[in-house]
Design a binder for this molecule. Sequence first.
Ligand code: PHE
Length: 344
Amino acid sequence: MIDELKRIEEQARAELVAAADEASLEAWRVTWLGRKGRLTSVLRGLTDLPIEKRRRMGAAANSLKQALDSALALRQEQVQKERLAIIETGRLDVTLPGRTKRIGRLHPVTQTLRDVLAAFVSMGFSIVEGPEVESDYYNFEALRIGKDHPARDTMDTLYVDITHDGEYDVVMRTHTSPNQVRVMEKTRPPIRVVVPGRCYRNEATDPTHEWMQTQIELLAVDEGISLSDLKGTLYEFAKRIFGQERKVRFRCDYFPFVEPGAEMAIDCMICGGAGCRTCDGEGWIEVLGSGMVHPEILSNMGYDADRYTGFAAGLGIERICMLRYGIEDIRLFYANDLRFLKQF
Ligand code: PHE
């Protein structure tokens, strides 16, 4: 037993010398003198000894405890002094400004994307995702955009170098609409989904056109869904994202996969509707295409088109972000200029 106390003392003192800051001194105290420390467990073991031996050992253990207590106090004082010395001799300049960590932030488009998704989630839509590299079938064919359809011209894109039957048939998706088909294939009504994602087009870029853009596809299929549900949902979205004051224009448009089709525009925030470079003299900026899901597509999905109807929309997130913050040129988003990005 005496031997064990000796061993404890040697090891504890050796470790104490090595402890050079407050945290390691505290760790040392817990290991050796703490409630579950080494010395405490020796003291606990004494209860099994005969009385005479217990008395002797108890006295020895207690004096070791006192010795270690004061060794700790001494060492704490030393460590403190060493720290002060470092400051006094000027080896540590406490007036030197700290190094700030550069913390990143969310890209403005990501922020807007999340806000728009949250608005639709609160209206009962669930978020799903689909592939960025898409087959010709889902991107065009299944959406009634055949090989010779003129809509292909407005959606020219990057073709991935994989041939199938001698023809290119893998593309960078031009819109998120292929997910209408993907979701309908896999599920049955009622359907309420939003599908965010990047899309690509061969664009002559200008203030409102980029070759890459972020979209959110909206799809609802159920019994009794009508155009007024589409309009109501989109107006609610516009109110939440742009506020009550902004003007909304909703008018006919054509997309092969909807019937009827419509586009929605918001009054230009730069010129207030008078016409400028950003809105290309229009006074309005188109933010989405929409319409009632074409009955032919519903039938192709195996749905009874007399019973089920649906609406769909594709929202352009960069433009929505421009309208929110008064950004004049879509190309700023991906120019990697920190002076621009840091403002959001
Ligand atoms: N996918 C169309 C586009 O990108 C927008 C759209 C989506 C139109 C859904 C109608 C319905 O231009």
